[in-house]
Write a new protein. Structure first.
Ligand code: OAD
Length: 248
């Protein structure tokens, strides 16, 4: 593990982590493409595209309301894998960048402060006219109005749907161009641009690591791979990573 890396000092290292639904699976949140995945009940076109929202906004509001309620239930807590990533941020500070495709808040709950939610957040609503985002902790529908426009306007879930531009892309690409280590956790590697981050990291000369239940679509692009449940392999990997470097 990490055998072919030069003898870095931890403070000089830049680490970028990308997470996907697999990291939250053991916290009780369903992934998108596993057997019981959400898409079996609803097609992507229905609930995760601007056209789907135009065709049946009620269904889309209901779908994300259900997910928000589940997220806010006391049963859904960060797991050992989320906690391990919070530990990296505590040790590395600004040299650690956490990018997530997840719309849950489990990284924040486990203690990560800088989280780039490239696909948006369940706990945010967006004004349909201005695009301004605001926090939301209850159900959302057409009756909720923004406080940024005059007259006020309707809000939509602040989720990046298919066909829309993910958030923070310039910042993420900048971090990837400087990365020494890129670690992809719990993602099937099927949705771009996130699925292409490993190529960008490889082009920057980073050591690339996949931690997932099974090989992802782009598994052969990673220099190092470990497969198993995130709660087991992520904390083990993080412990090795932090032990393997000189802290001076
Ligand atoms: P997916 O559902 O596509 O993939 C989840 C991955 O996690 C799979 O490769 C599983 O093998 C793995 N996995 C499942 N349980 C795991 C566990 N306990 N430990 C480790 N790995 C596990 O989810 P994403 O790759 O995140 O986009 O999906 C990417 C995007 O597609 C999502 O952000 C969403 C979706 O459409 C939008 O909503 C825009």
């Amino acid at each position: 593990m990490l055998a072919n890396l030069p003898p870095y000092k931890l403070k000089q290292l830049k680490v970028v982590v990308l997470t996907g639904a697999g990291i939250s699976a053991e916290s009780g949140l369903k992934t998108f493409r596993d057997n019981n995945g959400l898409w079996e009940e609803h097609s992507i076109e229905e609930v995760a595209t601007p056209d789907g929202f135009e065709r049946n906004a009620e269904l889309v509001y209901r779908f994300y309301n259900q997910r928000r309620r589940q997220l806010l239930s006391p049963d859904v807590k960060p797991n050992k894998a989320h906690l391990a990533l919070a530990k990296i941020e505590r040790v590395m500070g600004n040299n650690f960048t956490l990018v997530t495709q997840n719309v849950d808040n489990l990284h924040q709950k486990s203690g990560n402060k800088n989280v780039l939610h490239m696909h948006g957040s369940l706990l945010s609503a967006r004004c349909l006219r201005s695009g301004h985002s605001s926090a939301i902790y209850s159900d959302l529908d057409h009756s909720n109005q923004c406080d940024c426009c005059q007259p006020t306007n309707s809000l939509r879930p602040d989720i990046v749907w298919f066909g829309e531009m993910p958030k923070y892309m310039p910042q993420i690409e900048e971090c990837l161009s400087q990365a020494d280590i890129f670690i992809s956790i719990g993602t099937s590697g099927t949705v771009y641009p996130a699925a292409g981050f490993v190529s960008l990291a490889n082009q920057s000369g980073a050591h690339t690591v996949e931690l997932n239940m099974e090989p992802s679509s782009g598994y052969n692009e990673f220099a190092e791979k470990h497969y198993g449940p995130a709660t087991e392999i992520v904390s083990k990997f993080v412990d090795t990573l932090l032990k393997g470097f000189n802290f001076d």
